[in-house]
Write a protein that binds this ligand. Structure first.
Ligand SMILES: [Zn+2]
Ligand SMILES: [Zn+2]
Length: 119
């Protein structure tokens, strides 16, 4: 049975990510990151393979498949050399989200139409 390698730490900031953590994200190659790095630094993309990062499913302690008791999480810490710089991608930076939302309704309302007196 192929198993996900549940790595014990964030590859960027070395934060502990125990197997029960819901803060852990991983890509299809099992590169593992914390939610802070995924959100603020990586923007959902793995810096190693450029694949999608999704929340790592929690492996139960036990259960029909054995759970962590039978298939414990990895203990090999992996850390990216130099941490995670922002990946050099061409996507435009998201600065100040929602700033453009504020548009006054008045811009749409017709300015007071003073109908010229007809004859
Ligand atoms: Zn991190
Ligand atoms: Zn990856």
């Amino acid at each position: 049975m192929a198993l996900l390698e549940l790595r014990p730490n964030c590859e960027c900031c070395d934060r502990d990510l125990p197997p029960q953590s819901r803060e852990a994200f991983m890509c299809s190659y099992e590169c593992t990151f914390c939610s802070d790095c995924v959100t603020n630094v990586l923007h959902g993309r793995c810096p190693n393979c450029h694949g999608e990062l999704v929340r790592r499913p929690v492996r139960p302690e036990a259960g029909p498949a054995g759970g962590l008791a039978k298939h414990p999480a990895s203990t090999k810490r992996k850390l990216k050399a130099g941490g995670c710089a922002k990946p050099a991608l061409r996507c435009p930076p998201l600065n100040g989200r929602g700033v453009l939302r504020r548009r006054s309704l008045r811009d749409h309302a017709p300015s007071r139409v003073s109908s010229p007196p007809g004859r």
